[in-house]
Design a protein around this ligand. Structure first.
Ligand SMILES: [Zn+2]
Length: 186
């Protein structure tokens, strides 16, 4: 990939999905993402990557992609969002399989776009509150209660966006583009 990105964060997972190495701008990215505990190498290295993914849909999404990479020995890439409270962050993930079953996972920050107002979203997935608004962990869109549409987080009113609780899943569009397609081709 030519250098058209602002930041790159990479790591390697073993064939058992354990994080065995981190490199590039990992420390910086962890801070930007407001997750300072992630800079502690002891915490990251040796940990199963699925430990950091708390909902079944997102686990299924990534497990299908990992499986495809390993079985076909083929690279895979998809775009996703990793928004901060102030910015939409447009990302790309590129997975490269290694011969021994390891996978190198590169995350590129392609561009950032400021929200009109701050959007502070808290992940409540682990507390198990099924009535909460769903947020797609791939595109970051939100599925408000009793609505069929998935909306951009920037569409939340300024008031609501000050402190918004969500549980994570994968929206139908991302499922169609992601693991459903992957499973069909694997
Ligand atoms: Zn989505």
């Amino acid at each position: 990939m030519t250098r058209t990105y602002k930041e790159k964060v990479s790591f390697i997972i073993s064939k058992r999905n354990i994080i065995i190495a981190t490199f590039d701008a990992w420390d910086n990215a962890a801070y930007v993402g407001k997750a300072p505990e992630l800079v502690v190498e002891d915490y990251i290295l040796g940990t199963d990557i699925f430990f950091f993914i708390h909902d079944d849909s997102t686990r299924m999404y990534y497990s299908a992609i990992f499986q495809k990479c390993r079985l076909l020995q083929a690279s895979h890439s998809h775009e996703y969002r990793c928004d901060s409270p102030t910015h939409k962050r447009f990302m790309k993930m590129v997975l490269n399989p290694c011969k021994n079953g390891d996978i190198e996972i590169n995350n590129y920050l392609l561009r950032e776009e400021a929200f009109d107002h701050t959007v502070t979203i808290y992940d409540w997935t682990q507390r198990g509150a099924p009535n909460l608004v769903k947020r797609c962990s791939i595109c970051n869109k939100l599925n408000l209660k009793n609505q069929t549409d998935w909306i951009e987080p920037g569409e939340l009113s300024k008031e609501k966006a000050q402190s918004f609780l969500v549980i994570h899943t994968v929206c139908p569009d991302c499922k169609d583009r992601g693991w459903k397609k992957v499973l069909a081709s694997a």
